[in-house]
Design a protein around this ligand. Sequence first.
Ligand SMILES: NC(=O)c1ccc[n+]([C@@H]2O[C@H](COP(=O)([O-])OP(=O)(O)OC[C@H]3O[C@@H](n4cnc5c(N)ncnc54)[C@H](O)[C@@H]3O)[C@@H](O)[C@H]2O)c1
Length: 362
Amino acid sequence: MSEIKSIAVVGLNVGRNHIVEGIVPRPERWRLAAVCDLNSERLDAVAEEFGVPARTGSFDELLAREDIDVIDLGTPPATHVDLTMKALAAGKHVVCEKPLAGSIADVDQLAEAERKSGRLLMPVFQYRYGDGVQKARRIIDAGIAGKPYLGTVETHWKRTPAYYEVKWRGKWATELGGVLMTHAIHQHDMLNYLMGPVAKLFARATTRVNAIEVEDCVAASLEMESGALVALSATLGSQNEISRLRLMFENVTFESGGEVYSPGDEPWQILPANDEVAAKIEALLKDYKPVGRRYLGQLDAFHEALHGRAPNPVTVADARRSLELATAFYHSAETGRDVALPLGPDHPKYRGWRPDEKEAAE
Ligand SMILES: NC(=O)c1ccc[n+]([C@@H]2O[C@H](COP(=O)([O-])OP(=O)(O)OC[C@H]3O[C@@H](n4cnc5c(N)ncnc54)[C@H](O)[C@@H]3O)[C@@H](O)[C@H]2O)c1
């Protein structure tokens, strides 16, 4: 049986990055069967650049094609739930950009739809794919790092008014949030991946950098289930851009390296407490096999999952944890109170955190 899966990419700005980084380098794994975008100029440009056999502005047309196995969504945030639900109902596997949804209720609905469909839904968290973060995860999973003490996560980026010329950005209804939802979500996922889950959170959020509705500066203090403490900060008003995680464990201190938009890459500082710990790390990583970076690594791992050789590498449960953190963040910032996780249907923001929705409901 052929190993090749047929994939269609929808939304061709970030979707083009999926093609360049994750699909084109792996012709033995993926056949880019079709591209889809409402913007016909963008559609034509990408279809021609990669010689894609089919192009369309109609999502429904894609879903009707039986030869397509996977729908890969790079459309704006507020479209994700609807398009994912339709694709699962049409029997497709789905890859969906962040944020997967605009509420925990919607994530739970997607989890149920995935379960019923028998297909896989993989939210995108490509920052997990880099050899620095992967080595850290292996060391932690092996129990070598020991008791988690404290972490700091800094997402200090820069966005100017030009960035907000794209209409869906900067507004609650269409971006679903600001620096927390769109930018820091990746590093906050890395925190969950390496030191999670979160037990409690106290947060502040404000808008100071650009003339937008959504937040662009946030800070929070977290208590993890393990008892470790974490400080998060994220802004779009930093003159130099930094993405940095520092995670202090009993036996190892980790500090992320890589580039601003790929902090999972090597070199990470992995500082052992002593020679004995260093020897354990060396033995553990002796046979370490590098992973592809970013979308390449994540799509490689998804391909393995589609063939039943590995679990889905990023799950709806991972997206839920990330959106729970965001929900708790917005709730704490609004009420000035601590919020305990996990959040269930009884939480006042289970159905969404957007202040515009709340106002409309009142
Ligand atoms: N993982 C990352 O690092 C990363 C980076 C950038 C953007 N993103 C996410 O990717 C998504 C898209 O961001 P972007 O910056 O590429 O947005 P964009 O607005 O630049 O591009 C989105 C494209 O989707 C098309 N589109 C919208 N609705 C559609 C529909 N129903 N059917 C077909 N095409 C449709 C638009 O015409 C547009 O070309 C967002 O959710 C964003 O948060 C993720």
